[in-house]
Design a protein around this ligand. Structure first.
Ligand code: FCB
Length: 486
């Protein structure tokens, strides 16, 4: 008798959905967080050098003096990126390395570092994505008043011209600012970031000048870059949710959206400041004097891509349901609010969700909703997730490995959210994991590890974590692996 074999198809993993053709896979860093070489080749202090040296501002008194020593190790780092299969590297330029006083001629040695880095990337087949400003204003410009001073926008336009001249022939994607919200409201409002000022009116002035500097830089870049180059700005748009369905909580959400998101998106993408923002903050600044003729036209010069950084949603209510000002600690806590005009709004952390080492609730739907909200409000806008990732308490096992299953789960969930948003109509062009490697996490110093590559700071040895191998696999497949294999 012949054995009857049931006709069962071989066990197969379900077909994974491919990401769109041309979808860019990258990882991001920022100059002060990784470069080190703080006083080499003519670099002068930025506001972060000064701030990190101010007692009590950064955990353990850590500074970016050495950081991940990327300045000296960039060749090996690019080789590692290539090994991991990255298609793009998002880095930022240290303004005080290339134009130490923030004005006048550039320093060739400083420019050379970025030329060499970019050449190395191109050689490795990795697209360089350059950010002009990731929070590190030359100290001399802060001494002259910093971002609350309108003159700083002139300086930024000059600096943009220097960089377009130096790298315009080889960098095809440019970003003016990374998260101007943090520069304005953490730098000049809550003071948890450099320069550490706690002046609500100055924070609003800084926001307007960051907008203006963005627009002026876009103009300069457009004039100087070759036709195919792409320009962008990266915003940390808050995915704001009201705690309850009450009208009061809805108003709290409206206020935080205004001073957290629309203060940037509306002037940049529509050429106007939102009326409700102007009303909420009218007691702090005279907007009719702050915003001069021609400013809005300059700010709204078109960008090719809107960069979005997302980590966790922002849950808000009226103060009765919580303590006003709590939840200020997105990048460090302070007695001062980073929300001028809306200081009384209370912040909450969603219950019942896993948290990262930053205590940020993990919520991939927040990213989906954010991408869909921006697509609804600005139809057709090409988007790029320029940062997304998580800190966990990583350590090297006795076998020399770093197992980070929580990070893999985080990335999987968020990439799945990106894919769902794409399927539902969002034009997402790429994804940059934060961060390529562990680095100086601002007010938290080296205590938080966001890298997909572990950095042993004593030896500067790099160890790709399990998530780096997982991410390589995603890039190779151009699709998410089935969840049970991750
Ligand atoms: C973002 C910053 C980045 C890093 C991550 C964790 O807000 O742009 O430099 O600090 O948060």
């Amino acid at each position: 008798m012949t054995a009857v074999r049931p006709d069962i198809a071989p066990k197969q993993a379900p077909e994974a959905t491919q990401f769109p053709t041309g979808f860019v896979w990258g990882a991001a860093t920022a100059a002060y967080q990784v470069e080190g070489a703080a006083a080499e080749d003519g670099r002068t202090p930025s506001i972060w050098d000064t701030f990190s040296r101010t007692p009590g501002k950064v955990r353990n008194g850590d500074t970016g003096d050495i950081a991940a020593d990327h300045y000296h190790r960039y060749r090996d780092d690019v080789a590692l990126m290539k090994q991991l299969g990255l298609k793009a590297y998002r880095f930022s330029i240290s303004w005080s390395r290339v134009q130490p006083t923030g004005r006048g001629p550039a320093v060739e040695r400083g420019l050379d570092f970025y030329r060499k880095l970019v050449d190395e990337l191109l050689e490795a087949g990795i697209a360089p994505v350059a950010t002009l400003y990731h929070w590190d204003l030359p100290q001399e410009l802060e001494d002259a008043g910093g971002w609350p001073q309108r003159g700083t926008t002139d300086r930024f336009a000059d600096y943009a011209a220097i960089m377009a001249g130096a790298l315009g022939d080889r960098v095809a994607t440019w970003t003016t600012f990374n998260e101007p919200w943090c520069s304005a409201f953490l730098g000049y409002g809550s003071g948890v970031h450099a320069p550490g000022r706690t002046e609500p009116a100055s924070a609003l002035r800084a926001a307007h000048h960051l907008n203006l500097a963005h627009g002026r830089a876009i103009e300069v870049l457009r004039d100087q870059l070759p036709a195919g180059a792409q320009t962008s700005v990266t915003l940390n748009l808050h995915q704001v949710r009201p705690l309850t369905a009450s009208a009061a909580d809805a108003d709290a959400a409206r206020r935080i959206e205004a001073v957290g998101n629309r203060i940037f998106t509306e002037p940049m993408l529509r050429g106007e400041y939102p009326e409700d923002l102007l009303a909420d903050t009218a007691h702090l600044v005279d907007w009719s004097k702050l915003v001069q003729d021609g400013d809005l036209a300059a700010i709204s010069r078109p960008v090719d891509i809107l960069g979005i950084n997302y980590y966790t949603p922002t849950l808000v209510s009226t103060p009765e349901k919580g303590e006003a000002g709590s939840g200020n600690d997105v990048h460090g806590s302070s007695a001062f609010s980073p929300w001028p005009g809306s200081e009384h709004v209370a912040f909450h952390l969603a219950e019942g969700k896993a948290r990262t080492a930053m205590d940020w609730p993990i919520d991939p739907n927040g990213l989906y909703n954010l991408l869909m909200d921006v697509t609804r409000d600005h139809p057709g806008m090409p988007l790029m997730v320029t940062e997304n990732g998580a800190a966990f308490d990583d350590y090297v096992s006795p076998e020399g490995r770093v197992e980070d299953p929580e990070r893999i789960a985080y990335l999987h969930g968020h990439l799945d959210a990106v894919q769902r948003a794409v399927a539902d109509g969002a034009d997402v062009r790429g994804y940059f994991l934060w961060s390529l490697m562990d680095n100086f996490e601002w007010a938290y110093g080296y205590s938080k590890r966001f890298g997909t590559v572990y950095v042993d700071y004593a030896s500067q040895r790099r160890i790709p974590k399990a998530s780096a191998h997982w991410y390589s696999d995603v890039i190779r497949r151009h699709a998410l692996p089935p969840a049970d294999l991750s």
